[in-house]
Design a protein around this ligand. Sequence first.
Ligand SMILES: [Zn+2]
Length: 279
Amino acid sequence: MVTSRLWSVVIVAVLFVGCAPPRTTLRSINTVRAGSSRSGGPVQPGARAIRMGPTCEALEGERGVGVLHVRARDGAWESRCFRKTSRSIGRPNGGRLEGGETLPPAGPGWIQKGRNAVGTNEGIALLLASIEDVRARYPGTVPIRIGDLSREDGGRLRPHKSHQSGRDVDIGYYARGNRALRRFEKMTAETIDASKTWHFVERLLLTGQVQYIFMSYRIQEVLYLTALDSGWGEQDLRGIFQYPRGHQAKRGVIRHAKGHQDHLHVRFRCPASDTDCTP
Ligand SMILES: [Zn+2]
């Protein structure tokens, strides 16, 4: 396991210039937002075809360094290096985790309750990068509430079916009025802070590393409308939301699943170098 201190020391952000990352399978998040000046371009970070900045190169070979690419707010690419210790093995519903990283119980912008706080290095880095982004956009925001990730070595974690291979994480919604949640709370159009929650979800999606987000259909509707308002086009959102095609439609990254009115569940893609990971 890697401690938070180590994490913060080894995550080095450098500007990433001139990269031509490989294609993404999530076409819609490549597109430029309507009315925005962001340039388009593939979002898929992928571990190959990556030109590392000098700081990343200095770390390489020491003990295994991973690199992730995230889209900064101005549309530029940013690469992040981290020590790679984790291996996600098998499926989320029947797998395990080796060398996972523990998310500390609290940090800037988040609170995690419970013992099952271990995930892949990639998942934790992407999650914290997205939270960091919310804090930049909403200074003084209450922390987001994080629930289960995986157990230390992964494997069965009741009452979940998945959460076995370090790629799943349960996360509470942001409530209106910057109200802190004491536990996961069922949200409605009236109680959820849709703008802040969508901002968070959008940042996660722009990493190109999210396979699914499980979210109640009713909450999807709220965030869908918020996304439209913020400049996304209907066409762009088709690949992102299952809404409005009905809660059983097998379309979109964001899917309905029972019990997700009080939290969303993010499943990250298999980390590029985890060859035993099963999507
Ligand atoms: Zn879950």
